[in-house]
Write a protein that binds this ligand. Structure first.
Ligand code: 5AD
Ligand code: SF4
Length: 435
């Protein structure tokens, strides 16, 4: 019987891709994927700690896994990812959950195969390090269909006052351009149709590469020059760092997606200052204008947080105004979550939960109205659509500006680019027909 593995992933795309690397390592060790298996031989929890809710879900899942381990005592439970790297958490987990086989941090996941081979005398093995390195030789077992994730950098230097990421992921480290280009060439040659470049702030790509002039716009241009028909996406863009050269590189390329994820977090200048975001709402809106002027069909998405310490109704109204002005095609809304070790956690004026909940509900409602208006405006227009998957008898595709479209079709269309006209909009869902 093959040894089986299961990976439970929490959090962002960065973690989703990291789980693909974990899967790659486990398959190299002879394990076979079995995601629905409650009693797999190895269960990996790839954790997130950006908000408290993510941590609560991990703790809840560990309670369930404790029971599975009673049924299968030789099951190896591994906990890794952002949560384990946050101050003191690994030790606490070890004490509370002695049934965990090993706890690894964010900088040493490549040690997994070796750690799995050792028995550690039946005790929970903990290995957390602050030493960062880039391992270019990690195997990857991709699970995202026609899309391939490619890290261009790791870590973050921005220290937004609410955010735990710089503490658990370390400072910015860019991969060398030649490695990224080689990866993308290989992925395109084996048939991937969408490449999504990943970094906490892709716009600062290259800043840490001593003696190199490589930067994000030049990376985009070099990747666009690779032969083949495919799309390039990237995330995330910090508004303070997006420059006209990046927008030009997008508008001049036939491969770059016209979809840009650029979180605003708030529309209040006072709150943006407290968040240490280093821009005002006017700066943000002028960057949005710069994008819309150069790329008229640009699709924009953003993150907004409500209930940051001291946020008043006036501050929140500024956020609603900003959201109304930008007209995002997708908006990710979050309730501020107090993260121990971040400056905002110690700020006076934490906002009552009831106010946070009311504000997020209002924001979601406003965004739904905006999305509905933009969906109505799409009907009758034609788009080039990349068919990404076949689900419930329909093709799910995406326009270059990032809009999801449902089309009648069969599985053979997956991975193809087609032209389609939007024929109807049902509750902001777009339906298309092949032209
Ligand atoms: N509370 C709530 N949301 C947060 N984010 C980051 N830190 C926190 C926090 N402490 C959100 C930000 C970021 C997204 C990935 O998660 O909006 O852009
Ligand atoms: Fe967190 Fe700010 Fe870095 Fe984004 S840019 S990961 S919000 S510190």
């Amino acid at each position: 019987m093959d040894k089986t593995y299961r990976i439970i992933t929490y959090g962002c795309q960065m973690n989703v891709h990291e789980s693909e690397k974990i899967a790659g390592m486990l398959e190299n060790e002879g394990y076979v994927r079995s995601d629905n298996d409650d009693i797999a031989d190895v269960v990996v929890l790839n954790t997130c700690c950006v908000r408290e809710t993510a941590e609560t879900r991990v703790t809840g899942n560990l309670g369930i896994l404790k029971k599975s381990k009673e049924l299968k005592p030789d099951m190896k439970i591994i906990v890794c990812g952002c949560m384990t790297q946050s101050d003191g958490t690994a030790q606490k987990l070890k004490e509370r959950c002695p049934f965990i086989f090993a706890i690894l941090g964010t900088h040493n996941i490549d040690r997994l195969p070796e750690i799995l081979r050792d028995g550690h005398n039946g005790k929970t093995y903990v290995e957390i390090t602050d030493k960062t390195k880039i391992n270019e030789d990690m195997p990857v077992k991709r699970t995202s269909g026609i899309n391939a994730w490619v890290n261009i950098m790791y870590g973050c230097n921005n220290f937004c006052s609410y955010c735990i990421v710089p503490y658990v992921r370390g400072r910015e480290r860019s991969r060398e351009k030649k490695h990224i280009i080689a990866d993308v060439k290989k992925l395109v040659s084996v048939g991937y149709k969408q490449i999504t470049l990943l970094g906490q702030n892709v716009n600062s790509y290259g800043n840490d590469l001593n003696g190199s002039t490589d930067d994000f716009p030049s990376l985009l241009r070099d990747l666009s020059a690779i032969d083949g028909k495919f799309r390039i996406k990237f995330m995330t863009s910090h508004p303070k760092d997006i420059v006209p050269e990046t927008v030009d590189a997008i508008s001049e390329s036939d491969k770059l997606s016209h979809f840009i994820h650029m979180p605003a977090q708030s529309g209040s200048d006072r709150i943006l200052g407290l968040m240490n975001r280093k821009y005002t709402s006017a700066d943000y809106l002028s960057k949005i204008d710069m994008i819309k002027n150069a790329i008229p069909d640009a699709g924009l998405s953003g993150d907004i947080m409500v209930g940051f310490p001291t946020e008043t109704e006036r501050d929140f109204a500024d956020t609603v105004d900003l959201v109304s002005a930008v007209k995002y095609s997708n908006l990710y809304t979050f309730i501020y979550s107090r993260r121990k070790g971040t400056p905002a956690a110690n700020m006076e004026g934490q906002v009552p939960t009831a106010d946070k909940k009311r504000r997020i509900a209002e924001l979601i409602k406003r965004q739904a109205q905006i999305a509905c208006g933009s969906a109505v405006a799409c009907v009758g227009r034609s788009y080039e659509i990349l068919c990404s998957e076949h689900k419930n008898g329909k093709i799910v595709g995406e326009t270059r500006c990032g809009k999801a479209v449902l089309i009648d079709g069969d599985a053979s269309m997956v991975g193809k680019f087609i032209n389609a006209k939007i024929i109807k909009n049902v509750n902001s869902k777009l339906y298309g027909a092949i032209n």
